[in-house]
Ligand binder design. Structure first.
Ligand SMILES: Cc1cc2nc3c(=O)[nH]c(=O)nc-3n(C[C@H](O)[C@H](O)[C@H](O)COP(=O)(O)OP(=O)(O)OC[C@H]3O[C@@H](n4cnc5c(N)ncnc54)[C@H](O)[C@@H]3O)c2cc1C
Ligand code: SF4
Ligand code: SF4
Length: 474
């Protein structure tokens, strides 16, 4: 097999690589480059994602902090961050301990997406005086129904940030000016954001001192703003009208992975929330990857390998049946391990040690897509002569079955087309147009997933539901 190496830009020119990241659609819109070079701004694309807007000659430092442009990858950075971590796993990175668990005190678990451990941990650090504030994602104060990064300095404010927001965010303004105040903060983000923050801190000792803790949430992929709007539309809120959304509404009696979404219209006063199980909504099958940014198909870090602690959903036998939800945890920072162990001994949390294969199993689909699938996508890009970021994963198709190759390629197509076709349905103000336009690719996806005899009924059911819900939201 011969592959064509990426032709340009020169890998030793960070500013040129940064420009290629943006031009070729691999910008995830984190905002790190704008912290390194204030002439860079973030703009929202027509598809509802953030992207960097670069000046003609960005500073090289901006390229060195971009998670898709930096030459330093997770394997280079992790030994600098966790030199004493006793264990290493090729998919999970370095670690001190692996656990499943949940918060038992207060209502952190009920208020969180999984076991509530992320919000509990940053609240505890704040309560103990280990940090002065938390940089995290929460409902935006000035834009009802939207989400944004902010700095919270009280436990009450930190707790408003609980729950997963499948929504684009950026941290540029919040991180600017954080260093040099003599204060310490914890940062919470998806793995690529944590990488960006680590790269910024690597360049700036004052920022490094200001950020003693970085926590990651596992990440399958991000969604554009259209994802939230599509859900709200199916719940009777047409595009353009304001709404609040809870992407992870726990359903009493249902397994943790069969959660619901809750949409509250904000146009009418005191409108009740509409709670709908995800299985009844169109577009919520995460395997399809609708509204996924292209950058996520160039990402290889599922487990937040550069974070002091990374948390995900414990959708594993023994945990998933509990509607209250539970976390899987990868702990890397010794101080956090001590803190968690003491809290578990005091009965404030439950913590059960897990073996690495169990954590991997909880994210099996994600690891397949971001290892085998990524190798195939890199190979395809090289064959086309298209630029793509340098990755730890070697391009190639070895061991990829024809069926899996079709699935990976279809996913990329479904993601790209969902952005455009949703806009078309929105323009015509007819929701049903969206699933109808996606039906061909979707049907092929389900056929290639196997059980072909189930594909057509599944799609018809999906369309019928979309029609019923779409009528309500026209
Ligand atoms: C886009 C996205 C994809 C995910 N994919 C997976 C996955 O594939 N597998 C898996 O196991 N888990 C995934 N998660 C994580 C999972 O949903 C839970 O967030 C995680 O298990 C922590 O649960 P918790 O109850 O401890 O957190 P909570 O106590 O609910 O706290 C969640 C924390 O995450 C922060 N946060 C929420 N949304 C964002 C965001 N968009 N960007 C940055 N920070 C945010 C909040 O500010 C808060 O600090 C994903 C989360 C997101 C946002
Ligand atoms: S991914 Fe982040 S750092 Fe890279 S170009 Fe986009 S906004 Fe800038
Ligand atoms: S999949 Fe990767 S690139 Fe996409 S948001 Fe998650 S961590 Fe970032």
């Amino acid at each position: 097999m011969t592959t064509v190496p990426p032709p340009f830009p020169p890998p030793d020119d960070p500013a040129a690589v940064l420009a290629a990241v943006v031009t070729h659609g691999y910008c995830i819109g984190c905002g790190a480059c704008a912290v390194a070079d204030p002439r860079i701004t973030l703009a929202e694309t027509p598809h509802g994602l953030y992207t960097a807007v670069l000046p003609p000659r960005p500073r090289p430092a901006a390229g060195q902090v971009c998670p898709f442009a930096a030459t330093a990858n997770e394997d280079h950075l992790a030994p600098e961050l966790f030199p004493d971590a006793p264990h290493h796993h090729p998919l999970l990175g370095r670690y001190a301990g692996l656990y499943a668990g949940a918060v038992t005190e207060g209502d952190y678990r009920a208020a969180g997406s999984s076991g509530g451990l992320v919000t509990w941990l940053v609240s505890e650090l704040l309560r103990r005086g280990d940090i002065d504030g938390v940089i995290h994602v929460a409902p935006a104060a000035d834009q009802p129904g939207q989400f944004a990064y902010r700095l919270s300095t009280s436990v009450a404010a930190v707790r408003q940030g609980a729950k997963s927001r499948y929504y684009p965010v950026q941290f540029a303004q919040v991180l600017q000016g954080l260093a040099g105040r003599g204060q310490r903060f914890a940062f919470v983000g998806v793995p690529c954001f944590v990488k960006a923050v680590r790269l910024l801190a690597r360049q700036d000792p004052a920022l490094r001192a200001a950020l003693p803790y970085c926590l990651a949430i596992f990440c399958g992929h991000l969604k554009s703003k259209a994802f939230a709007e599509m859900i709200a539309w199916q719940c009777g809120v047409p595009p353009g009208e304001p709404f609040a959304i809870d992407f992870r509404h726990k359903r009493p009696g249902a397994p943790a992975n069969r959660y619901a979404v809750s949409v509250t219209p904000l146009a009418a006063a005191a409108a009740p929330p509409r709670v709908v199980p995800i299985a009844k909504l169109y577009g919520l099958d995460w395997g399809l990857g609708l509204f996924k940014p292209q950058a996520c198909d160039g990402c290889d870090d599922v487990a937040g390998e550069l974070a002091d602690l990374a948390a995900g959903d414990a959708w594993l036998p023994g945990y998933v049946a509990d509607p209250r939800g539970a976390n899987v945890l990868i702990v890397r920072h010794p101080a956090l391990l001590t803190l968690l162990s003491a809290a578990a001994a005091a009965g404030r949390l439950t913590l059960t040690a897990l073996a690495a294969p169990e954590i991997v199993r909880s994210q099996a689909a994600s690891f397949r897509h971001r290892r085998e699938g990524l190798a195939l996508r890199l190979h395809d890009a090289d064959q086309r002569g298209a630029w793509r970021p340098a990755k730890r994963i070697a391009p190639g198709t070895a061991g990829v079955s024809r069926r899996r190759a079709q699935l990976y390629r279809l996913r990329a197509r479904l993601a790209a087309r969902s952005h455009q076709r949703y806009l078309l349905a929105r323009r015509h103000r007819h929701f049903l147009l969206f699933p109808v336009l996606m039906a061909g690719d979707e049907l092929r996806y389900y056929l290639w997933r196997g059980r072909w005899w189930r594909a057509l009924p599944k799609l018809l059911l999906t369309l019928a539901r979309a029609w019923r819900r779409g009528r309500a939201g026209r």
